[in-house]
Design a protein around this ligand. Structure first.
Ligand code: KG4
Ligand code: ZN
Length: 331
């Protein structure tokens, strides 16, 4: 089964052709991140306009790269939420129009579930059950996968998402947008134990990242008031270490509680090399197998939507042409 997948929930317009949920026939991503850099964050209106400008070309390129015609597509999958509503509407409207004109079934894919499904592409042997961490710019969820696309949420952030915290701390220490990858680079030159930033624990697997972000801001202000210069690399490394400590600890605690053997990670933050290494080491120590997609499939892409869409299509979980886009969406 060949699925044409479309993703437009944030600042990437992406399309892919995925066969049987596992084989990538094409993978096209057009990003408007360069334009948002000017403003220090994603400007929703600009993101929507760029999606409109390039969606046709991105989809056409996906077909060309896969050497597949519109008629040879079996179904269309599209991200319908959560995300920026104007951005999502471009992808959803385009996908509905295609489904209508081509008379193909349409699958409405949850963006966070799609992130997890990137692992089905990367790791063909992966089968549920597993415990997964999705750490992105908008979400930080620990889930138990009882089935391919059915998840029980075990923990979530109570305030900022992990990626949001990376981006805010990066901005505070004077790095550009998107902050996560820039912070990771700077952290390589810093001491991860120079600052003792908080690691927030609850009596469940939830996260809180707003405290660590505030602690970074306070450390910067304190140094400023004393007329001291701050070592930004030390701040970056110490923040990254604090955030990683809780992401790893909570996920592994959830995996133990559920008695699974496999831990997977997904979402933009999982492109972080330090986090990947810490997960690899901790899982090895605790006897879990650990899986994570390559960095291109961690951040937003169409391939992951094609993988999630396939497993939904297998269950005939199609949507109608009245389907809408949603800024927020329960799991
Ligand atoms: O999954 P994603 O591409 O979009 C959302 O669904 O939000 O995630 C984007 C987030 C941003 O906050 C970005 O700073 C973060 O992922 N990110 C990283 C890295 N690469 C992307 N955070 C830390 N280290 C990275 N290398
Ligand atoms: Zn995402």
């Amino acid at each position: 089964m060949k699925i044409l997948a479309i993703e437009s929930s944030c600042d990437e317009t992406a399309a892919a052709i995925v066969e049987n949920g596992r084989i990538v026939l094409s993978d096209i991503i057009a990003s408007s991140a360069e334009l948002h850099k000017l403003y220090g964050g994603v400007v929703p209106e600009i993101a929507s306009r760029k999606h409109l400008e390039c969606i046709s070309q991105v989809v056409n390129e996906a077909l060309t790269q896969a050497n597949v015609t519109f008629q040879e597509i079996d179904a269309i999958a599209v991200t319908y939420g959560p995300g920026l509503i104007g951005a999502l509407l471009v992808g959803v409207s385009y996908a509905k129009a295609l489904a209508y004109s081509l008379k193909k079934p349409l699958v409405a894919v949850h963006h966070i579930k799609a992130h997890l499904a990137a692992n089905y592409i990367e790791h063909p042997d992966l089968t549920p059950p597993y415990v997964g961490l999705v750490a992105s710019g908008g979400h930080s969820h620990i889930v138990y996968a009882s089935d391919w696309v059915d998840f029980e949420v075990l923990g979530r952030t109570r305030d900022d998402a992990a990626g949001e915290a990376f981006d805010k701390v990066a901005r505070t220490i004077g790095l550009g947008y998107p902050g996560g990858p820039l912070l990771e680079q700077l952290a390589k030159k810093g001491n991860a134990y120079a600052y003792d930033f908080p690691r927030v624990q609850f009596d469940n697997f939830d996260f809180s990242f707003s405290g660590v972000k505030t602690a970074v801001i306070n450390a910067m202000h304190k140094a400023e008031q004393k007329g001291e210069s701050i070592n930004a690399a030390d701040v970056a490394a110490s923040f990254q270490c604090a955030a990683t400590d809780v992401l790893v600890a909570h996920t592994l605690a959830a995996a133990k509680a559920k008695g699974v053997k496999t831990v997977v990670m997904a979402g933009g933050v999982s492109a972080n090399g330090y986090l990947r290494q810490r997960f690899t080491d901790a899982c090895q120590e605790e006897g879990f197998s650990f899986l994570c997609p390559r960095p291109r499939y961690c951040t937003d892409n169409g391939v992951m939507v094609g993988a999630a869409g396939y497993f939904m299509a297998q269950k005939e979980d199609f949507c109608s042409l009245n389907e809408n886009a949603y800024a927020t969406l329960p799991f």
